[in-house]
Design a protein around this ligand. Structure first.
Ligand code: TXA
Ligand code: MG
Length: 316
């Protein structure tokens, strides 16, 4: 039996009302955020959340980020603290996820946190995401809307190509402006960088007035989703290439021009916004991908993190 294709929605209020209604019924709705497209479900509905894991083929030990419309809503779900307040007032709404102890009586289904006693939560800045969250009025669990382990989606077309048959609807509001997933900071017992992302580490450290602790590699549960192989194109990928082989397609940066260039002017914000779309495009060509060197500063850290995972040996 063929499954129906996902309904195509816009960011107009009438369409967002339809999307909110679908979430209310326990359906899956893909929606744009400023970072990447998310695959959303009502975070209080166990069947709906189970549907996310099934659609993505995601290991059930890998917890999800909950999206809310306001800091007041976030305070219902996590133990709030001075550092939470400081980070939230500086960077929310925006590409920052906070991980903090779950609050008693949170009402979220346990699958969201994969049974952990902490929760990852953020307020996205994208107007359509915010309007949807407001209209829905509840917590929305949403991983990136791609099959687990594959390249993240920064357009509705990427979502459609990867997951369409599993979704009730996709809200198409154009390409994501940041283009990299949110930066994840653990708050307890001290501020710890769990994932580089769309908010540069330097900005966080400047606000906090101290360096962030690093994720302890020996403690995989502190960031359960950080598998080695992730963001994988179908083709093999290698990094820091200045002299690509003729058998490869070349993803350039700055003066290293290639089949595509992440940013001819060496602008890391532009490069971040282009990264996943360029990887999707080059992957369609079907040749191994070589990538030019990207400086390890600002958003370059998160870009290199995604490229290292895309280049890592595959489990399967
Ligand atoms: O920008 C983003 O963060 C996007 C958009 C849709 O919001 N979402 C996203 O979700 O990137 P996902 O599922 O692809 O990545 C979430 C990451 C995973 O690595 C997961 O392991 C980690 O967050 N995570 C979730 N809950 C956690 C927790 N309680 N403690 C530590 N890490 C957690
Ligand atoms: Mg993801």
């Amino acid at each position: 039996m063929t499954r129906p294709q996902a309904l195509s929605l816009t960011a107009d209020p009438a369409d967002l009302a339809i999307a909110a209604g679908l979430l209310d019924q326990g359906k899956l709705v893909a929606f744009p955020t400023e970072t990447v497209y998310g695959l959303g479900a009502d975070a209080r509905n166990a069947r709906a959340v189970a549907g996310i894991f099934e659609a993505k083929n995601r290991p059930s030990f890998n917890p999800l980020i909950v999206h809310v419309a306001s800091a007041d809503a976030a305070r219902q779900y996590i133990e709030w603290s001075d550092v939470a307040e400081q980070l939230a007032s500086a960077f929310w709404p925006g590409p920052l996820t906070l991980v903090a102890p779950l609050k008693a009586g949170h009402g979220l289904c346990p699958l969201v946190t994969a049974g952990l006693d902490t929760l990852a939560i953020r307020i996205p800045a994208h107007p359509a995401a915010r309007a949807l969250l407001k209209r829905f009025g509840g917590p929305v669990a949403a991983p990136s809307a791609n099959p687990s382990g594959r390249i993240s989606p920064t357009t509705a077309a990427h979502v459609r190509a990867g997951l369409s048959a599993r979704l009730a609807a996709i809200i198409d509001d154009g390409p994501c402006t940041v283009g990299l997933e949110s930066t994840i900071v653990g708050l307890a017992p001290r501020p710890t960088l769990l994932r580089d992302g769309g908010l540069a580490r330097e900005k966080l450290e400047q606000l906090l007035g101290q360096p962030l602790a690093g994720r302890d590699e020996a403690e995989p549960l502190s960031a359960p989703g950080q598998m080695q192989s992730h963001y994988a194109p179908n083709a093999r990928l290698r990094m820091n290439v200045t002299d690509p082989d003729p058998s490869e397609v070349f993803l350039g940066f700055a003066e290293h021009n290639g089949d595509l260039n992440l940013s001819p002017t060496a602008d890391l914000t532009e490069a971040a916004a282009q990264l996943f779309d360029h990887l999707h495009r080059l992957d369609h060509i079907g040749k191994p991908i070589a990538v030019a060197p990207i400086p390890e500063i600002g958003l370059g850290r998160a870009i290199n993190d995604r490229l290292r995972r895309a280049a890592a040996p595959r489990d399967t």
